[in-house]
Design a protein around this ligand. Structure first.
Ligand SMILES: [Zn+2]
Length: 239
């Protein structure tokens, strides 16, 4: 997959672009600010403005290495357009995604390097993350909530950089998912998200610039899913 604009510029939510190719209800733009989904993060919501008006983007499809936007109307666009991400939705995903890294870091530290077996962020401001944790005490997991909110309050910087797949495999704890790791870019590089002083792990999503940009969190529920899977549900406070 080619490197996404939103990974390097998560704060830039509007881009002017040229229509490269189009068919009814779908368009390929010269550039766009959207995150197409993946790694448990939902695809961005947004619109494309063109000379015929504006149309919601309903989804994304990768065709031959290029990312097409699916449109709500069966129109065929041409010329110059402006692509715009829904700011509230992007902010919500950035908060949930960053907060899941914080939770993941604390669980990894306190529960013998437990790995992630699944993750899903939701549009209602909740998310779930599953860990391979056969013997964990749920009360100990629940007790992480004050420290989660303490890390958010410390406003730790969140940084991104890239390294080779070989380097990523060599650093223990960088590939945190039990079964899948993020696909390398077309240059063979893996993207690393670092929360300063707390955590480093491979990830391809959109995150906050610092943890303090998140609303406080609640741990909503802890469930046993199967013999070894533990599911933690979190939610942003005030939603
Ligand atoms: Zn991430």
């Amino acid at each position: 997959m080619t490197r996404l604009f939103c990974q390097d510029h998560p704060d830039t939510l509007q881009l002017d672009a040229t229509v490269l190719k189009a068919r009814p209800g779908a368009v390929l733009l010269s550039q766009h600010p959207f995150y197409p989904g993946g790694g448990g993060q939902l695809p961005d919501l947004g619109i494309v403005r063109w000379h015929g008006g504006e149309v919601p983007v309903t989804g994304f499809s990768e065709e031959g290495g290029a990312l097409w936007l699916q449109l709500a109307d069966g129109i065929e666009m041409a010329g110059e357009v402006r692509a715009e991400v829904d700011p509230a939705f992007r902010q919500l995903m950035r908060e949930l995604h960053t907060d899941l890294h914080v939770l993941n870091a604390l669980v990894f530290r306190d529960f013998d390097g437990a790995l992630v077996t699944g993750v899903q962020m939701n549009a209602d401001g909740t998310a779930r993350i599953d860990f391979d944790l056969p013997d964990a005490d749920n009360d100990r997991l629940r007790a992480l909530e004050p420290e989660l909110n303490d890390v958010i309050a410390q406003d730790l910087p969140v940084l991104a950089h890239h390294m080779s797949l070989t380097e990523a495999h060599a650093e223990k704890g960088l590939l945190r998912s039990r079964s899948v790791s993020p696909p390398p870019s077309s240059e063979g590089l893996i993207r690393i998200i670092e929360i300063a002083g707390l955590d480093r792990q491979a990830c391809g999503g959109t995150h906050l610039a610092s943890t303090g940009a998140s609303r406080p969190l609640k741990i909503l529920k802890i469930e046993n899913k199967g013999r070894s899977n533990r599911r933690i549900r979190i939610g942003l406070q005030g939603l």
